[in-house]
Design a protein around this ligand. Structure first.
Ligand code: G
Ligand code: G
Ligand code: NA
Length: 252
């Protein structure tokens, strides 16, 4: 309960920030997108990881105001880049709780309209879990697609998507979970799974992002296997907007 009040206060007092982690295109050999990741800088407790508050916020319903703020903030940033002629995509994490709320499509529509962004540069990341496979979520994803946004399945491989459902989901991108990338160099099972996911993605005409790439050799293998994009410490960790601007957009 204490924590619940803290989250309320954090929303009111603007203690949240968005960090951005670059996504690197292996063929173009450049950063083409960023994932927005929430950070909580508490005035007394300091840095609080999203893994320590997103779950709670999902249980209390506070994920809704938090998620709204994240989407709004990310779209405002996207608008700034679009006005500068920069064609970067911004990817935003959406909790299944948000997706299932009745007015979620309307919320996304309103934020796109109000910020006046080109929605094709907005990507929504939905975690692969049990719920994503139902008819209701497929219907919701279709409606989101109609708004013109791009859709990604996050943490792919850890969840429950069968091939059959994957075929039915109106998604554009699969993000391979770090768990598999960790084993790519020394675990044949992980390597096979990654190969399988990439082959399947190509069959279904989906783009692939490998998450949590930390070393050069992993990057080389992923490129060889036909992976489109990578994200991970080898490129950059999640960083605040001013650092991102300094390092990547210095004269853009
Ligand atoms: O950035 P970091 O590795 O600390 O994030 C930990 C977890 O928190 C990740 O699984 C990430 O998906 C989740 N997360 C980060 N930002 C957001 C957000 O804005 N919304 C939701 N729902 N989850 C987020
Ligand atoms: O679950 P999700 O994919 O949203 O998780 C993203 C989180 O993973 C980010 O919060 C980021 O801090 C973390 N992350 C990103 N790249 C790497 C990496 O190369 N190594 C590790 N250990 N964590 C990473
Ligand atoms: Na994510």
């Amino acid at each position: 309960i204490r924590f619940k009040n803290d989250i309320d206060k954090a929303i009111e007092e603007k203690q949240f920030q968005l960090y951005y982690q670059p996504q690197y295109n292996l063929n173009a050999e450049k950063v083409v997108a960023v994932e927005a990741l929430i950070r909580w800088i508490h005035p007394k407790k300091g840095f609080i990881s999203p893994t320590d508050f997103i779950d709670i916020a999902e249980q209390t319903g506070q994920i809704h105001p938090i998620g709204k703020w994240v989407l709004q903030e990310a779209c405002e940033q996207l608008k700034i880049w679009q006005d500068r002629g920069l064609a970067w995509k911004v990817s935003v994490n959406i909790s299944p709780k948000q997706l299932f709320k009745d007015d979620f499509i309307e919320l996304v529509f309103n934020i796109i309209s109000e910020t006046n962004i080109d929605p094709k540069y907005l990507e929504l990341e939905i975690t692969e879990n049990i719920y994503i496979n139902g008819e209701y979520s497929i219907m919701k994803l279709r409606k989101l697609k109609e708004l013109g946004v791009s859709l990604a399945i996050d943490d792919f491989g850890t969840g429950y998507s069968s091939l059959q459902y994957l075929k039915e989901l109106p998604i554009d991108v699969i993000k391979i979970d770090k768990l598999f990338i960790d084993g790519i160099l020394n675990n044949l099972n992980d390597l096979s799974i990654i190969k399988g996911i990439i082959t399947m993605a190509k069959t279904l005409d989906l783009k692939i992002i490998a998450e949590g790439v930390e070393i050069e050799k992993q990057m080389e293998v992923l490129k060889y296997l036909g992976c489109d994009m990578i994200q991970g410490y080898i490129i950059e960790k999640p960083i605040p907007i001013n650092e991102l601007e300094e390092r990547y957009l210095h004269n853009k």
